[in-house]
Design a protein around this ligand. Structure first.
Ligand code: GAL
Length: 987
């Protein structure tokens, strides 16, 4: 018995050896583009029989045998990821796990744990009667995570690794007429997992489509369309390399040539702004392949990144493939939606971080227009924790696996005009395998640039790329004045390269701050070709509470012991793809047209920042508002401006006339809108805007003569305002109010809270000697004088020696029926860190839920995230003013608010007036509630509304991964004063 068991174990080890061997697979066909063709195809997506084994020791013996009885097994959708099933129910196939850098298993390459969830898939299919005779038939998997073996009719075809890359097996000799059975065994962990340590969820399965492809005798197994553009001559040159001789025709261009021959003809070039594609057919006697050809030439000239002879500016995002319900299995609609949202927000570039995406995404990038850095499925970041010892990227044992991945990406994607750079992978440090991958890519495809960030000396790449560098360093790089390379031999090369920030502006939670400051640098320095915000989408997993409320899970929400929390929700769109305030800000910051209104000269300057497109696709409108009310509007005639050009027009007569009537604060807004419909947006969609006030003096508030306070039983009365004995306002105009009192705290944003080395800003705020999260207010004196009530206080925390004196000077203007408050603060002791906020907080009745304000809007804005805030009059409910960050934190503040009115349904209203402005937040919970909650659905509304009226705010920065708040947006603790007025209405 003992012997038998031993034998079984040994046999199974042998049979499963591929899981831990370093090679990329066996039995596979050579990688190729597999272009669309008229050869027979049979899709094998749909329901497959499925069983999840606990590990290699637990597999179903003989499951590959067509006669195997799997009728009792579950049915699972292919493609899908098995951990994404029924997460609010039984979660029958395990749950997602999220780690950023750490491998979730012992680092013992190439071994993986015995607890290695293994999915066994089976399905039968009927080969159609008309399936062609002869030729070959390939069984193609677009993506299987992370390692798998395949059988057809009980015969093992081979195995593969490289999760986000295609694998094909030759099925020809084992395919039968009629009924066939395919069986696939998929392992969550494999040697390949060591190469796939990207910052995302660990998920498994056959997650991209599966198909059977006929390869006719004499057909076109592979084609490589070379389509360059000579911008000086306006000519495109097409040459198609093919594995079989055939003819290439592009009817629209009158091209009809043999494969291997080239034709040069006048064409419209392809760019991300003008994605002109030509339909081409490559044909042999037995097969017709269709291609969509885009003519363009990518080059580095004089250290500048150019396409078709012109410098380009990448306004990019890093995109993981993510769907909150299905993980990395995406529908084509979702892929299209991503590009539509990007284009609608002026994004023109995608880095496919950190693996080759579903191939259909690239087809859409070609069609809709997007510059793409196509990145190889390679990351070994976890080795960084161990000094990069045994790093697969630098170990000859892994060379074949690395090269295989590069070849599979390049071969698959080589015909996409949108792809302008091949990226070797992400965060693999340095290594000879990377160098070999670069060399291979260059010899295979000289028409694209090679990108890799992790080797700072950049010896074998064509662009200098970094992530998260602070603004001042970027400025230096832009001037080509960066520190020399460690290896002096590489310095001249690196200094000659264009520069990109392949990741910057970490979009985690509230922020990123400082986007506009980055953009100014990108636009200032010719060397800078722009950057890619990290990242496109919050990778939250959609869940529902028992009572049906939706929420999004992040690391740790599935009971994982090892995880990296909400670092996975750091996107410009939320998990449900609704735009975050960060995306709205980014849209404004990268707008490709700049509109500058000069209200002194009465002119409007329009600068076209497109790299290729003129402005003929845009129309312009103007609007004049007085005190936030529209007075007049109309169309604006702007001559067509060429890319890179600018024009200045004078204000239309009607605008001049309207402006002359302004009684209050006058604002001119000019907008650039799509004139006609685009594939990604409707006509009228806004691309850019500019705004300027009429020159008008900032008048100080008119505070009337004031009345004397009266002592009453409860405390004091000042006009319509009641105060308690400690001088705290309790009501005004019959509206119950608690506060206002000095408030310095904010629920730490991710950018306050997360730090890489050293204490985070929020940790400083919480330190015992500062403890801004638990301030106490001590009333020192209440003075009822002739002009009003003055309350002197000291604010400080238990255990802290430092404090802040705060004086509240109240006065009441009977004529205007306004109550005025001037707050004066002075820090006492050494305040070593900036303040989160400087303002007051008050609580008001819950029914004052209808908000109108005149100031910045419509969305939230902080000092360093305020580019998209427009001055105007806005309306919203309190609920609508909350931003649902996946991890609750400070949010929702409106900037530069002149006045804000909170109205109830019964005709009661409270209006707050700035002198001149304040930042305004109102929420149905407190900052402390926000801070305590882990997810938005845990926030419980209180019976009052909490209003923050802030004189100043600390910026957001991007310290959750990158630089903190720039000096100009920090809020130092120093003596300050501000004034706020209150008025009420009652029916
Ligand atoms: C980068 C990495 C990304 C992501 C990001 C932080 O270092 O390349 O994958 O982890 O940091 O969110």
């Amino acid at each position: 018995m003992a012997t038998r068991e031993k034998t079984t174990l040994a046999t199974s080890r042998l049979e499963h050896r591929y899981v831990e061997d370093l090679g990329p697979g066996s039995g596979r066909s050579a990688p190729r583009a597999a272009p669309r063709s008229d050869a027979a195809v049979l899709g094998l997506d749909g329901e497959w029989r499925f069983r999840l084994a606990a590990g290699l020791h637990d597999t179903a013996e003989g499951f590959e045998d067509p006669a195997f009885e799997a009728g009792a097994w579950d049915l699972i959708a292919v493609p899908s990821m098995w951990q994404m099933h029924d997460l609010d129910g039984e979660a029958p196939y395990g749950k997602p796990q999220y780690t950023n850098i750490h491998y979730p298993f012992p680092v013992d390459p190439p071994r993986v744990p015995d607890a290695n969830p293994t999915g066994e898939y089976r399905r039968s299919f009927t080969l159609p009667d008309e399936w062609p005779e002869g030729g070959r038939t390939l069984l193609r998997f677009e993506g299987v995570d992370s390692c798998f073996a395949v059988w057809l009719n009980g015969v093992r075809l081979g195995d593969g690794k490289g999760s986000r890359l295609p694998t094909e097996f030759d099925a020809t000799v084992h395919l039968r007429p009629g009924e066939n059975t395919v069986a696939v065994r998929v392992h969550q962990w494999s040697a390949g997992s060591y190469l796939e340590d990207q910052d995302t969820w660990w998920l498994s399965g056959i997650f991209r489509p599966v198909s059977l492809l006929h390869r006719p005798e004499g057909g076109l197994d592979d084609v490589f369309a070379h389509a360059g553009y000579d911008h000086a001559a306006g000519l495109g040159t097409l040459m198609v390399e093919a594995t079989a001789a055939g003819r290439v025709s592009v009817p629209e261009l009158g091209i009809d040539i043999a494969t291997g021959e080239s034709a040069t003809v006048p064409v419209e070039p392809w760019t991300a702004e003008t994605p002109r594609l030509y339909d081409a057919v490559v044909a042999t006697a037995t097969e017709r392949v269709s291609l969509r050809v885009g003519f363009r030439t990518v080059a580095v000239e004089d250290g500048v990144l150019k396409v078709n002879g012109r410098p380009i500016l990448l306004r990019g995002v890093n995109r993981h493939e993510w769907d909150p319900d299905t993980g990395r299995t995406l529908s084509v609609e979702t892929m299209r939606r991503d590009i539509e949202i990007m284009k609608r927000h002026n994004v023109n570039a995608v880095r496919t971080s950190h693996y080759a995406p579903d191939r259909r995404f690239l087809e859409l990038c070609d069609e809709l227009g997007m510059w793409v850095i196509d990145e190889c499925d390679l990351e070994t970041h976890g080795f960084g924790h161990y000094g990069w010892r045994e790093n697969p990227a630098n170990d000859p044992k892994w060379r074949e696996a690395c090269l295989d991945r590069m070849a599979r990406m390049v071969e698959r994607d080589k015909n996409h005009p949108s792809v302008i750079m091949w990226s070797l992978g992400n965060e693999c440090n340095e290594g000879e395998n990377l160098e070999a991958m670069a060399a291979w890519a260059k010899q295979r495809d000289a028409s694209r640039l090679v990108h890799y960030e992790g080797d700072y000396d950049s010896p074998y790449v064509d662009v200098y790329s970094r992530m998260y560098v602070p603004h001042d360093e970027l400025d230096g790089i832009g001037r080509r004045e960066e520190e020399p390379t460690r290896d002096p031999a590489h310095d001249a090369h690196r200094r000659s390269l264009p520069f990109i920030l392949c990741e910057y502006a970490h979009a985690m939670g509230n922020g990123p701050g400082g986007l506009a400051d980055y953009q100014r640098l990108f636009e200032r320095h010719e060397r800078c070709a722009g950057g890619f915000v990290w990242e496109w989408i919050d990778q939250g997993v959609r869940r529902r509470t028992e009572d049906g409320r939706e929420w999004f899970a992040y690391g740790g929400d599935f009971g994982e012991i090892l995880h990296d929390g909400n670092f996975i929700t750091d996107g410009l769109v939320f998990s449900d793809r609704s735009p975050s305030p960060g995306l709205v800000e980014y849209k404004k910051v990268i707008e490709p047209v700049r509109i500058v209104i000069d209200s002194g000269e009465r002119t409007i300057a329009v600068a076209n920042g497109h790299d290729f497109a003129d402005t003929s696709h845009l129309r312009f409108t103007w609007r004049f508002e007085d005190g936030g009310e529209e007075i007049a509007s109309g169309g604006l005639e702007v001559p067509v401006v060429a890319a890179g050009g600018s024009v200045r027009v004078v204000w239309p007569e009607e605008l001049r006339k309207a402006a002359a009537t302004a009684a209050g604060e006058g604002w001119v807004t000019v907008r650039a809108l799509l004139d006609g419909e685009m594939a990604w947006a409707e006509a009228g969609h806004e691309i850019a805007w500019g705004q300027a006030p009429l020159p008008h003096p900032q008048a100080p508030p008119v505070i009337g003569a004031g009345v004397a306070p009266a002592a009453v039983a409860a405390g004091y009365r000042l006009g319509g305002a009641e105060f308690d004995a400690l001088g705290r306002l309790t009501s005004f105009g019959g509206i119950e109010i608690e506060g206002p009192r000095l408030d310095l705290w904010r629920a730490p944003a991710d950018n306050d809270r997360v730090a890489w080395g050293g204490l985070s800003t929020a940790a400083h705020w919480r330190e015992r000697d500062m403890a801004l999260d638990r301030l106490e207010h001590k009333v020192l004196d209440v003075e009822a004088g002739g002009g009003g009530l003055t309350v002197s206080t000291r604010v400080g925390a238990g255990g802290a020696r430092i404090g802040m004196s705060a004086q509240y000077a109240w006065s009441y203007d009977p004529e205007a029926a306004k109550l005025w408050l001037t707050v004066s603060v002075a820090p006492e002791g050494e305040w070593a860190h900036p303040l989160p906020r400087l303002g007051v907080r008050l609580a008001v009745p819950k029914d004052l839920d209808a908000v109108t304000w005149f100031g910045g809007g419509p969305g939230e804005a902080y000092t360093d995230t305020r580019a998209a805030a427009r001055i105007g009059r806005y309306e919203a409910t309190v609920g609508e003013m909350q931003t649902p960050y996946a991890f609750p934190q400070e949010n929702g503040s409106r900037i530069d608010v002149r006045w804000a009115r909170l109205a109830g349904t019964n005709g009661t209203a409270l209006t707050c007036f700035g002198a001149p402005h304040f930042a305004f937040t109102v929420r149905p919970w407190t900052s402390e509630d926000l801070e305590a909650a882990m997810h938005p659905h845990e926030l419980v509304e209180r019976d009052r509304l909490y209003v923050n009226l802030d004189a100043a705010l600390h910026g957001m920065g991007s310290a959750s991964c990158g630089p903190g708040v720039l000096p100009e947006y920090r809020l130092p603790a120093e003596p300050a004063g501000f004034t706020i007025g209150f008025g009420t209405e009652r029916s």
